[in-house]
Design a protein around this ligand. Structure first.
Ligand code: 5GP
Ligand code: ZN
Length: 122
């Protein structure tokens, strides 16, 4: 049987683990002990930043279960990023599952701001 990684351990084939490790370049806007935030490569709004926990978990609920403080740190970082970009209003999104558009299976919080947004989302 192949060895299984401990929860939160780096995954070798994970793009966001590589960005956290500095192995793939990114436009970093905020760094803390627990999270890294960088601009989305395909922005959907004037501000479109991804906030990721340094520890690898496949989606938000897994991070919340393993490390609630990391979850709080993601939201706090998102608020700070919106403030730094000069936005009072912003949208936070966790896509969870391929069926709703998740393409990178390392928890990430989308911070979107700077244009009018409709509801419900598409
Ligand atoms: P998801 O679709 O999983 O919710 O979000 C993944 C996001 O990662 C997408 O918005 C996509 O544009 C972004 N993305 C994919 N590859 C890269 C990359 O190499 N660098 C950056 N900065 N963003 C990426
Ligand atoms: Zn990862």
């Amino acid at each position: 049987m192949p060895p299984t990684s401990p929860p939160g351990a780096r995954e070798d084939d994970c793009l966001f683990c590589k960005i956290v490790a500095g192995e793939v370049p990114a436009d970093v806007v905020l760094e803390t002990e627990q999270v890294l935030a960088f601009r989305d490569i395909n922005p959907q709004a004037p501000t479109h930043v991804l906030v990721v926990p340094r520890a690898h978990h496949p989606h938000a609920a897994a991070t919340a279960g393993a490390d609630p403080a990391a979850m709080a740190a993601l939201v706090a970082a998102a608020a700070e990023i919106a403030r730094l970009d000069g936005h009072e209003d912003y949208r936070l999104v966790f896509n969870t599952g391929a069926g709703v558009g998740q393409t990178v299976f390392h928890t990430h919080l989308h911070v979107l701001a700077g244009r009018p947004m409709t509801w419900p989302p598409g």
